[in-house]
Write a protein that binds this ligand. Structure first.
Ligand SMILES: [Zn+2]
Length: 255
């Protein structure tokens, strides 16, 4: 259960890459919780250890598509940790210029991960990287959607409205960050998808120079403020709506 003191849930934060993550004193801001995504399954054990002593951190098991080319063998460790693990991410595909030559490998890894996840009938949340690879991702999800019990949360989605529609039909949600809300594409997406499918994220540390817990909170608040302007809704109401969406998304995966 999400604690009642939480006002903001960051659905995509690389907590393990923030300064001091491994130290005993690592903390998030007191009203912030975060899905702590990782880029390799080798980071899983540390992620779990820190989440046990740090309030508001929900550890995710991941294998970043951009690392598949250089650290392919890491994904073999995924199967070791996936059983009983309800939050998966960051996973997905990256078809951008720098990574498209590894797309076939990325697809093999991604489909292996979906396969592993579908073997066990527990509810899961997945944080998905989909840069310039939306059509391929949709195909993979369509293969598993009838048997799967997971909610894909698309992180920093930049695909088309038609692709967003297909994903919504599969129960997808979208996590929006402070950079996205300033772009025309981000604004268009927000006006197209149902408000109930919107979550927030920061993708820290990649989106900010200041990595303090206070600044982390201020980025989430800034995104909510921008959502409220886009939707022409009072900020407080918007904040409550996003928090409700967050709670409902986490309900099946938090014990
Ligand atoms: Zn990320």
């Amino acid at each position: 259960m999400l604690s009642s003191r939480i006002n903001y849930v960051d659905f995509h934060c690389h907590c393990d890459l923030l300064p001091g993550f491994a130290s005993e004193t690592f903390q998030l801001n007191e009203d912030v919780a975060a899905v702590a995504v990782t880029t390799t399954p080798l980071a899983w054990s540390k992620n779990v250890e820190v989440s046990k002593r740090t309030v508001g951190i929900y550890p995710a098991l991941g294998m970043h598509p951009q690392l598949v080319g250089s650290r392919y063998d890491d994904h073999f460790s995924f199967s070791q940790f996936v059983n009983g693990t309800p939050i998966i991410g960051e996973i997905g595909l990256d078809g951008s210029q720098a990574y498209k030559q590894t797309l076939d490998m990325q697809e093999a890894v991604f489909s292996h991960i979906l396969e592993l996840c579908s073997e066990e009938k527990i509810e899961r949340l997945m944080s998905i990287h989909s840069l310039k690879s939306e059509a391929r991702l949709i195909k993979h999800f369509q293969k598993y959607v009838s048997s799967a019990r997971y909610t894909p949360v698309f992180h920093w989605f930049t695909g088309s409205a038609t692709q967003a529609s297909k994903l919504l039909d599969m129960g997808a949600k979208f996590s929006i960050n402070h950079k996205m809300v300033k772009t025309k594409g981000g604004q268009d997406l927000l006006l197209y998808i149902p408000k109930e499918s919107v979550l927030i994220e920061t993708d820290m540390p990649f989106t900010s120079k200041n990595l303090s817990p206070e600044h982390h909170r201020s980025l989430l608040k800034e995104t909510v403020r921008k959502l409220s302007t886009t939707w022409d809704m009072p900020e407080e109401e918007c904040s409550a709506l996003v928090l409700r969406n967050s709670r409902e998304t986490l309900i099946g995966v938090l014990s």
